[in-house]
Design a protein around this ligand. Structure first.
Ligand SMILES: Nc1ncnc2c1ncn2[C@@H]1O[C@H](COP(=O)(O)OP(=O)(O)OP(=O)(O)O)[C@@H](O)[C@H]1O
Ligand SMILES: [Mg+2]
Length: 271
């Protein structure tokens, strides 16, 4: 395995004593959650109005399509998908606000590959016309984790967004999203890219809020990712990717620790 660059949520070095170190870690997390909570309520408040407007206009568009008897499948499909995404945006804002407020997610047994398969088309549309390749390699065995589906999707979309930003100017533009079993039988998800890797100057504060190297970046994505993973009892970290850029990984416990892992882990789908 490559050298680990940074581990979010790890206890800082012991100088000053273990107690102080633990306190510092807890304070850091509390600050990030309250900052996130405040930001989330402002965002929820501000976004509610335009999102309702979008939903209403789409309802009008659907009525017009019916009235004008436009039987164009692509048009109907596009309006339907736009509606789904508006609903999804609302759900994400609510989840983000709830996450900070109640601290616990609504977790159910979910197949990790099914959760990820649902966001593939969003990632494709985020890549858009950029000349990039996205590889998927999902573990096909028992990959059921206790998870809040929307939160895990939000987490992976944040990582994918960062990966897309990172490969922007690189000559080779590859992104890989994969899941596999780790040595402890937990599910490990990795989003990696062929970009330049994480800037050394921000490495030690990478998962803290408001840390960004992007002109228009809010520096919130990774702190939200960390909060989501920690609420799932998991861990997120970054290391160098064999693709040349950064590899962000997080682990989630499976609901069942079956012992038939070796045979199943062979079954990997690639596209
Ligand atoms: N895949 C990556 N490759 C290289 N650097 C990355 C990658 N992902 C994140 N970073 C670095 O980490 C910083 C923080 O990322 P984060 O997602 O928290 O914020 P952001 O992307 O800058 O803004 P926001 O997500 O709020 O729009 C980024 O500005 C970037 O410098
Ligand atoms: Mg980001």
């Amino acid at each position: 395995m490559d050298t680990v660059w940074s581990v979010a949520g790890a206890t800082p070095p012991e100088e000053g004593g273990a107690h102080e170190a633990r306190l510092r870690a807890q304070l850091g997390q509390a600050w990030s959650l309250s900052a996130m909570g405040e930001m989330a309520s402002v965002l929820a408040h501000e976004l509610n109005q335009p999102l309702s407007a979008v939903t209403n206009y789409l309802r009008v568009a659907r009525t017009l399509i019916a009235e004008l008897e436009l039987a164009d499948d692509a048009l109907i499909d596009a309006v339907q998908r736009a509606g789904d995404q508006a609903m999804r945006a609302g759900e994400i804002v609510r989840t983000m606000r709830d996450l900070a407020a109640r601290g616990a997610a609504e977790q159910k047994p979910e197949s990790l590959s099914a959760i990820l398969a649902e966001v593939e088309f969003i990632i494709e549309s985020m890549v858009g016309d950029a000349d990039a390749r996205v590889f998927y390699a999902f573990y096909q065995g028992m990959d059921v984790v206790l998870a809040d589906r929307i939160q895990i999707q939000q987490l992976v979309l944040n990582l994918a967004r960062n990966a897309i930003d990172a490969i922007g100017k690189s000559p080779i533009r590859d992104i890989k999203i994969s899941t596999r079993l780790d040595v402890d039988g937990r599910m490990l998800t990795t989003v990696e890219d062929s970009g330049p890797g994480v800037d050394a100057a921000i490495m030690s504060q990478l998962f803290q809020p408001l840390v960004s190297t992007k002109p228009l970046g809010m520096g919130l994505g990774l702190s939200i990712c960390r909060a989501i993973v920690e609420h799932h009892g998991g861990r997120i970290w970054v290391e160098p990717s064999s693709l040349g850029g950064a590899a962000f990984s997080f682990v989630l416990a499976r609901t069942v620790n079956s012992d038939d892992t070796a045979a199943q882990s062979e079954r990997v789908r690639r596209r």
